[in-house]
Design a protein around this ligand. Structure first.
Ligand code: SAH
Length: 340
């Protein structure tokens, strides 16, 4: 059976039109789902029963199962079970500017980044749109507070699940859906060039982050196999197209891995690589995991790296760390659960 949370407003309109009814019901249905937060068709009072019956015969309202929650002061991690028994995770982070949720986009991941826990398990399947929507809906419900920001940086490569991702953005951005402003939504990719180009034409102003993690192909090839398919210069070319079309600032994520990509000369090379681009760099202290041997760069070297970028007039921040204690880094909770 299909899930109602999978449908964009336009798809709901099509449903009503196909059933000889009016498309304004779609907006009503959207409001029932996302403003009033119903759990059953029987709560809907302004749509005819026979239409509701037809809807219910095709689309369920089945939620995901929250099977584990780990709480810390400003971070909360949710492990979800999907209908086929697979597990994914989402992380809620409390910032002074609001609540942000980091959502997963796939079960497993095929990108194989050497430092990443999620990629230790190959992709099993893409998440359906409803499985992304419900991560947010259910966390809001559990929390009793609004989610104001969404980042697609959980398990999976979002640009390897492009169509479902785009529908997800349309639903959460819609004023009668979650009404999360596009500028409050960020998608992070390891650099799938054709999808960066496609994304340049996407009308919503969703932020784009690139997991760069190295200033040259030699290092990037070692830690991110995708670089052999789309090397740095191809990624940069695609980003220039993206920038020309959207005029939007790009974020580069850069995990600092001890003795791998954290030298002062790497910092200088990075500054040279992105000179003149409208971008900023987010330095990420590596979150060590038991299964992977990469180590975190020490604070002194992180600051040295930061200073070199600053001196080169690069806008740079060091990512605030959340959830170290509760293994909130990408893929860690699910790994524990499944003892991968
Ligand atoms: N596939 C996408 C999104 C998921 S990963 C991408 O590559 O961008 C989200 C971010 O977390 C990426 O920048 C990833 O490189 C980073 N990451 C993965 N494992 C990490 C760890 N152990 N510590 C810190 N950051 C990590």
């Amino acid at each position: 059976m299909k899930n109602l949370y999978n449908l964009s407003l336009e798809e709901m309109e099509d449903f009503f039109l196909e059933h000889g009814s009016k498309k304004f019901h779609a907006l009503q249905l959207f409001q029932w789902l996302y403003e009033k937060r119903i759990h059953s068709y029987s709560q809907i009072t302004n749509i005819k029963q026979e239409l509701l019956d037809s809807l219910a015969s095709v689309y369920s309202l089945t939620p995901l199962k929250i099977v584990d929650v780990q709480k810390d002061v400003d971070v909360c991690k949710y492990l979800f079970e999907l209908v086929d028994g697979e597990h994914i995770e989402a992380v809620l982070m409390r910032h002074d500017y609001g609540n942000s949720v980091c959502v997963s986009s796939q079960v497993g991941c095929n990108m194989g980044c050497r430092f990443c826990e999620s990629g230790r398990r190959k992709k099993v399947r893409n998440l359906e749109t409803y499985e992304m929507v419900l991560q947010i809906l259910m966390i809001e419900e559990e929390l009793g507070e609004r989610i104001s920001h969404v980042v697609v940086m959980g398990i999976g490569e979002p640009f390897d699940n492009y169509d479902n991702l785009i529908r997800f953005f349309q639903i959460i951005n819609h004023p009668k859906g979650f009404a999360i402003g596009s500028r409050h939504i960020t998608v992070s990719t390891c650099g799938i060039v054709p999808k960066i180009l496609e994304f340049s034409d996407f009308p919503l102003q969703v932020n784009l982050a690139i997991s760069l993690h190295a200033p040259n192909n030699e290092i990037r090839n070692q830690i991110m196999p995708i670089n052999r398919v789309y090397p740095i210069e191809e990624v940069m070319k695609a980003l220039n197209v993206y920038f020309q079309k959207t005029n939007r600032r790009i974020t580069f994520e850069y995990i600092l891995l001890k003795d791998t990509n954290d030298s002062s000369s790497c910092a200088q090379e990075l500054a040279d690589l992105i000179r003149g681009m409208n971008c900023y760099v987010n330095l990420i202290p590596y979150n060590e995991t038991n299964n992977i041997s990469f180590k975190r760069t020490n604070t002194v070297q992180i600051m040295r790296f930061y200073d070199i970028l600053k001196k080169n007039n690069v806008s740079v921040t060091i990512r605030r760390e959340f959830g170290g204690k509760i293994s909130a880094a990408c893929g860690q909770l699910r790994s524990k659960k499944e003892e991968l």
